[in-house]
Ligand binder design. Structure first.
Ligand SMILES: [Zn+2]
Length: 307
């Protein structure tokens, strides 16, 4: 079973929207680490946010949101692909006590947030197009930071509401569409109704009601159109091939050195806990195959291989 994202349209208010609810994927992602509650919540918010953002941007590849913090959370990264898969992790200093009501700013300190789009390479190209935007972390919450991001980067008024617990990471996005007859009252009206999701009761409804029920509760007096669901699932993009490319980039000397010292090279994927282990036979094969495929690189042990 996968999770769901619905687009919707409030016709008379000229506002488009998206609703997402992550349950199974969110629970699978939490299994990889024992997150303290406040960190778990912000990771869930980031996953719901990236799912909403991925649906409103045009790209073919992956969309990545990365926050580098000072303390106690040092890194948070979430990724959504154009195929509807998501993954994410957070890393923190486990020697620091994290209070259960730590705020967004207390979690990241003086951090930076970067949103990047990495398109798949076009036929014949080594690398796809990439775009990056820096987002200020000066907000009380992730959704506030996003509001700031939208204000800077989108011409259209856009807002997001997020709600998370250990079972569900959910969110709603609204965006004002330019059209004849639309005025700011329409947008303000749509936002005022969605703002009722910000209190405890509303948060609860955002997490627990299905799209139809929740949107009916908010917009039953408007002309609302709800579109078919798109599925979202947890999937990691790590693979044996990517691990082998990483080993190639170490160079033959270093890879052989690790084998001599430790017997094997073992790598665990941080996103999905998959364990990869390569022995001396694997390492010889990887460099041998590379030497055949790239005869010019053979002398420098493949360190010029492009990934
Ligand atoms: Zn993985």
């Amino acid at each position: 079973m996968s999770d769901k994202l619905h687009r919707f349209f409030i016709e008379n208010l000229h506002v488009r929207g998206e609703w997402v609810s992550l349950k199974q994927s969110w629970q699978e992602i939490q299994k990889n680490s024992h997150y303290p509650d406040p960190i778990r919540n912000v990771l869930g918010e980031a996953l719901a946010a990236i799912s909403l953002l991925a649906e409103s941007l045009k790209f073919d590849g992956s969309l990545i949101l990365q926050i580098r913090g000072t303390a106690p959370v040092t890194m948070l990264v979430v990724q959504a692909s154009s195929e509807g898969t998501i993954r994410g992790i957070a890393r923190w200093q486990d020697n620091v006590e994290i209070s259960t009501d730590a705020t967004f700013n207390e979690l990241f300190g003086a951090g930076t947030m970067v949103i990047s789009v990495e398109n798949k390479p076009k036929a014949g190209a080594q690398q796809g197009e990439r775009y990056q935007s820096l987002v200020s972390l000066e907000g009380e919450s992730l959704s506030e930071c996003f509001s700031e991001y939208f204000a800077q980067s989108e011409q259209l008024k856009t807002k997001m509401w997020l709600a998370v617990d250990d079972k569900t990471a959910a969110g709603i996005l609204l965006q004002s569409l330019p059209s004849e007859g639309a005025d700011s009252n329409d947008w303000n009206h749509a936002v005022t109704l969605a703002d009722t999701l910000s209190n405890d009761k509303g948060n609860d409804e955002l997490r627990n009601l299905d799209a139809e029920t929740l949107l009916h509760r908010l917009y039953h007096e408007e002309e609302l159109r709800l579109y078919d669901a798109k599925s979202i699932r947890f999937e990691c993009s790590c693979s044996q091939q990517k691990i082998e490319n990483t080993i190639l980039s170490l160079g033959g000397e270093e890879a052989t050195g690790i084998i001599e010292e430790q017997g094997t090279i073992s790598i665990d994927c941080e996103f999905c806990n998959t364990h990869y282990e390569l022995d001396s036979v694997d390492v010889s094969r990887i460099f041998h195959e590379d030497a055949i495929a790239n005869p010019i690189d053979a002398d420098n042990n493949g360190t010029d291989v492009v990934h």
